[in-house]
Design a protein. Structure first.
Length: 193
């Protein structure tokens, strides 16, 4: 096969593709983005790529800096109902009760299980809240919904109505009673939860 034969083969293939398949009609209507309320399936079941709507922060590096932007804060510790690692990890949301502004801190640093980094980071965060007289509310949330929220695909307003108080949540995990016990111990000194 010569170079000319190769070139003619490519040209013939391209021409056959152009003649054999009709071009899709171009739409004159702009592409429309559907709102969540218009979807007929639950937001957790959406398989298409989604767009991140906000940034999340690291509780170890960013907590004290973020608190400067919140005049009347309340801290929400949101524990996943099924473990994404060896432990049921917790995300943190700091919300301003006066303005409604909120900030999300990723899971991976905090847990009510174990004695290592996750437990120590939870204790550190609780101590920061205590020193600033910030109330803490512990919650539990479905892991898949927490995944979507932490990734920035759904908003705090979408999550808030699905939260279950951690202390009264019923979960099938053998560790759940232990998680509840540790949460009570860790948060007892904060006065309100």
């Amino acid at each position: 096969m010569t170079f000319g034969d190769f070139g003619l083969g490519v040209l013939a293939s391209w021409l056959a593709n152009q003649l054999g398949s009709p071009k899709p009609a171009e739409s004159t209507e702009p592409e429309r983005i559907m709102h969540k309320a218009e979807l007929s399936i639950p937001i957790n079941d959406i398989k298409s790529p989604q767009i991140r709507r906000f940034n999340s922060y690291d509780v170890f590096r960013d907590l004290e800096d973020i608190l400067q932007f919140v005049a009347d804060p309340i801290a929400h510790i949101v524990v996943e109902n099924t473990p994404s690692s060896f432990y049921n990890l917790a995300a943190l949301v700091v919300e301003d009760r006066a303005t409604g502004i909120w900030f999300v801190f990723n899971r991976g640093r905090m847990a009510f299980q174990g004695t290592g980094g996750g437990a120590q980071q939870t204790e550190r965060a609780v101590n920061i809240f205590k020193s600033h007289h910030i109330p803490v509310a512990p919650w539990v949330l479905d892991k898949s919904k927490l995944d979507h929220f932490e990734s920035g695909f759904i908003l705090w307003s979408d999550v808030k109505g699905c939260l279950i108080p951690l202390i009264s949540a019923i979960e099938s995990s053998e560790d759940w009673k232990w998680i509840q016990k540790r949460a009570k111990e860790a948060l007892y000194a904060v006065e309100r939860f």
